[in-house]
Write a protein that binds this ligand. Structure first.
Ligand code: ADP
Ligand code: MG
Length: 258
């Protein structure tokens, strides 16, 4: 199953969710590929893959200059592989504009490697060609939503984009769910936002909420997922619970869930 972790807003917890959910799924015994599709390369850094180890990256794969199998790397976490990003990726949106099958490049590449139980795609903070490639390649979309006042505002735009992709380029695309991030239960505003999102989106919202937790923000500077940096912290526990919930959700046939 291919899951795009997407939200056109930056700083909402996409990368933190992609890295830690991928790690939790690998820890549950799944074969997982994390695709870093953000030119900032935060997911690659967060897994301890430095810039010099990214000679062959998603950029070369999208441009047709390398095969996926040659760009995918094993990580230090058993069961977790990475397709890293490099800074060159920021040029891909422009370079692909006139390319053949420009929206299907990632989908085509992933066809060639079907050995993974889960592929998680960490999208950049925009709805450009990189995110479109992720949505065309994916079976479903996981949307991290930061529990703050404007959370719902950007969501309708994203849902509109998902709907357009579903009715055109990728009819199988589903909304897997929304995960509330950086939740602060002591903050009434944060609590209200969570209630509002649940009122609007119902059971599309995962029961598991990711709390605001400083360990989650410290871990990437050590090149480690939070689950390895501090497996007992509230943030790690939340991502383990989210993985469990996701496994239960995806055990049901998705095609019937629409
Ligand atoms: P995005 O990929 O959507 O831009 P990130 O996952 O990079 O968002 O998160 C933005 C910032 O917030 C990062 O510095 C990250 O470490 C921090 N962060 C993410 N989730 C949490 C959380 N639950 N608690 C505390 N800090 C978090
Ligand atoms: Mg990110």
């Amino acid at each position: 199953m291919i899951i795009a972790v997407a939200n056109q807003k930056g700083g909402v917890g996409k990368t933190t969710t992609a890295v830690n959910l991928a790690t939790a799924l690998a820890a549950a015994g799944k074969q997982v590929l994390l695709v870093d599709s953000d030119p900032q390369g935060n997911a690659s850094t967060g897994l301890g893959v430095g810039r010099r180890q990214r000679d062959v990256s998603i950029y070369e794969v999208l441009l047709g200059e390398a095969l996926l199998v040659d760009a995918v790397q094993k990580t230090s976490i058993p069961g977790l592989s990475l397709l890293p990003a490099s800074a060159a990726l920021s040029g891909a949106e422009v370079e692909l504009v006139d390319g053949e099958r420009r929206s299907h490049r990632l989908a085509d590449a992933l066809q060639s490697m079907q050995c993974f139980d889960f592929v998680l795609i960490d999208c950049p903070p925009s709805l450009g060609l990189l995110t479109l490639n992720a949505l065309v390649a994916a079976h479903s979309v996981l949307v991290p939503l930061q529990a703050e006042f404007f959370a719902l505002e950007g969501l309708s735009q994203l849902l509109g984009t998902i709907e357009r992709v579903r009715s055109g380029l990728n009819p199988r695309l589903q909304l897997l769910g929304i995960v509330l991030t950086m939740v602060d239960r002591r903050n009434r505003l944060s609590d209200n936002v969570c209630d509002d999102v649940r009122a609007v989106m119902g059971d599309k919202v995962f029961q598991t909420m990711v709390p605001r937790n400083v360990r989650l923000s410290e871990a990437p500077s050590h090149g480690l997922p939070a689950l390895l940096y501090d497996s007992r912290c509230a943030g790690s526990e939340a991502y383990v619970a989210l993985a469990r919930e996701l496994l239960a959700r995806t055990a049901r046939p998705l095609s019937k869930a629409s």
